[in-house]
Write a protein that binds this ligand. Structure first.
Ligand code: NAD
Length: 247
């Protein structure tokens, strides 16, 4: 990190957990790039946050789009220190009904998108001989299959967890750490949207600690993992699941 305010890119940063992470990083004095396919929401959020926030319309499935985010972020703010792979499609559907197209779509955004984010950001750091941080947002579904979401979503998140370990191993000599946060059900609208409002209370009752996990506490964990003095922590998967899954 240089003397200037560090720069972070948050994919899927326009809504939900991503927007909460954006706010936590702003509070920690970062300049933030909101990279999201939802242009209207990204523009609205950046406008509300002021000059330390920049919105870039992005499709994480496409390498050229990921490269364009890095180009624009570097023009506006300089080389990022932190990249957060948070963009996703969440989906619930019985396993016997998932179509090949739905399967591919979940894998393309959640897994291929995370792969591209890690790879393209790390290449820029390597070329500039700079250190950095990557935080991937996984999911409890990627560890235990999940309680309500579909096989395509769960499988993509299992892939995100594995990908994080391989990137951590290969990027460690470059001074780039890669860690994964694995949340259980969060206090966000996406839960009701995905599983149906009628099932929300039943899911809440299943959580041993008694309630949904706070998105704000996940966001604070991102800030912690991104600290320059966390260089020794890499390849970790941090469970934040209210006790739903113990290992
Ligand atoms: N909500 C939960 O309970 C929960 C639990 C565990 C893990 N997670 C993880 O947290 C992260 C955020 O989830 P959320 O609940 O905020 O979901 P959300 O649907 O509210 O937000 C996802 C964001 O990703 C963006 N996006 C979708 N496709 C994209 C693409 N191709 N390129 C760029 N951006 C794209 C969307 O526009 C949206 O802003 C995800 O990785 C999700 O898997 C969520």
């Amino acid at each position: 990190m240089t003397g200037q305010a560090p720069v972070a890119v948050i994919t899927g940063g326009a809504n939900g957990l991503g927007a909460t992470i954006v706010q936590a990083l702003l509070d920690a004095e970062y300049r933030v790039v909101i990279a999201d396919i939802d242009r209207a929401a990204a523009d609205r959020l950046a406008a509300a946050l002021g000059e330390r926030a920049l919105a870039i319309e992005t499709d994480m499935r496409e390498p050229a789009s990921v490269e364009a985010v890095l180009d624009r972020a570097m023009e506006a703010f300089g080389l990022p220190w932190l990249w957060v792979n948070n963009a996703c499609v969440m989906a619930a559907r019985p396993v016997l009904e998932i179509t090949p197209e739905e399967f591919d779509q979940a894998l393309a955004v959640n897994l291929r998108g995370t792969f591209l984010g890690c790879q393209r950001f790390a290449r820029r750091l390597r070329d500039a001989e700079r250190h950095g941080r990557i935080v991937n947002i996984g999911s409890l579904a990627g560890q235990n299959g999940g309680s309500a979401t579909g096989a395509h979503y769960a499988a993509s998140k299992g892939g995100v967890h594995t990908l994080g370990k391989v990137f951590a191993r290969d990027l460690a000599p470059l001074g780039i750490t890669v860690n994964t946060i694995s949340p259980g059900p969060l206090d966000l609208p996406s839960v009701a949207r995905t599983i149906g409002a009628d099932r929300v209370d039943a899911v809440r009752r299943m959580i041993p600690t008694g309630d949904f996990i706070a998105a704000a506490s996940v966001a604070r964990m991102v800030v912690e993992l991104a600290r320059p003095d966390q260089g020794g922590m890499t390849g970790a998967t941090i469970d934040m699941n209210g006790g739903l899954y113990l290992r």
